[in-house]
Design a protein around this ligand. Structure first.
Ligand code: HSE
Length: 310
């Protein structure tokens, strides 16, 4: 195989209470990459479409930074190189794991062209290097679901221990992306460095509750657990109409609603698509009536993660 085209999905990280540890993959929204073997070693980005201003220098672009980490870990270096054409569908600074989609797609594609020396799970640590290049912090809560699909939990970072979670089939996500940019690096900096024991107890109770609710298919428990007392109170200030959107999602019957990743996107989880549709309408009305441009998406949970496409 000399060329491969790969799709890696956008993701919702944190899932309310699971700051830097939980995430899930979306259907249809994501980045595509075409990777072609070249005669001589080295990485070259020849095209980036769908997003302006991204670096094409291999040492600066998250996709090639992730691939370089993969290549550095190989004992037998390939005698050939790789050329990349990246098609961005996930906007940077959206809170939907834009850098993670690119990094995940790139390492998944190169791994295929190398005849798969690494498992999907092993690719996570390489894709995390792309996250480090993007935000200064190698978090795995976007790259893990983008590579593995479904819901994932980073049980630990040292060493990396990613768990694929069971979840019920009828879950649907509604996302609203107000058209402003929030950089993950900035959104991380504004968080408090210390939290109270009371907040920690609340947060880890909710993470446990969310994992249990997903595994048992207990929708009520999922909803009760989608509470974030650590990041959301600070970050929501950066997001126009956050309170109104969250209230409307609850009014329409969503299980819970919070910030997607580091924002500004907001996500709600619902049982069944008809509720997710109602939440989408409510989101549209709120942003339209306030004359704020916003894109709204409805998505099931993507069970596959990164995949080869035609
Ligand atoms: N866990 C990261 C954060 C996700 O909340 O900063 C960024 O998409």
């Amino acid at each position: 195989m000399d060329q491969v085209k790969v799709f890696a999905p956008a993701t919702v990280a944190n899932v309310a209470c699971g700051f830097d540890v939980m995430g899930f993959a979306l259907e249809d929204i994501g980045d595509e990459i075409i990777v072609t073997k070249t005669d001589t070693p080295g990485l070259k980005i020849t095209e980036i479409t769908g997003c302006e201003g991204l670096p094409t220098e291999p040492e600066k672009n998250v996709a090639t930074v992730a691939v370089q980490a993969l290549l550095d870990s190989l004992q037998d270096k390939p005698s050939f190189g790789f050329q990349f054409k990246l098609s961005k569908n996930v906007t940077g600074g959206s809170g939907l794991g834009s850098s993670a989609s690119s990094s995940a797609a790139a390492v998944f594609a190169v791994n295929k062209l190398l005849d798969e020396p690494f498992s999907r799970k092993e690719l996570i640590s390489f894709a995390m290097e792309g996250e480090k290049a993007a935000s200064g912090h190698p978090h795995a809560d976007n790259v893990a679901p983008s590579l593995l699909g479904g819901f994932t939990l980073v049980r630990g970072y040292t060493p990396l221990d990613v768990i694929e979670l069971d979840y019920p089939e009828e879950l649907f996500a509604t996302i609203v992306h107000p058209q402003i940019e929030v950089k993950t690096s900035d959104s991380k900096k504004i968080l408090k460095r210390q939290i109270t024991l009371k907040d920690a107890v609340t947060q880890w109770g909710n993470v446990g509750g969310l994992v249990a609710g997903l595994a048992k298919g207990d929708y009520d428990l999922i909803g009760r657990s989608m509470k974030d007392v650590i990041a959301e109170p600070v970050r929501s200030i950066l997001i126009p109409l956050f309170k109104e959107a969250k209230q409307s999602a609850t009014d329409e019957g969503a299980l819970g609603c919070s910030i997607s990743g580091s924002g500004p996107s907001i996500f709600a989880l619902s049982k069944g698509k008809s509720t997710a549709d109602k939440v989408a309408s409510a989101f549209r009305i709120i942003y339209e009536s306030n004359e704020i441009d916003a894109n709204v998406y409805i998505s099931g949970i993507n069970p596959i993660g990164a995949e080869v496409i035609k």
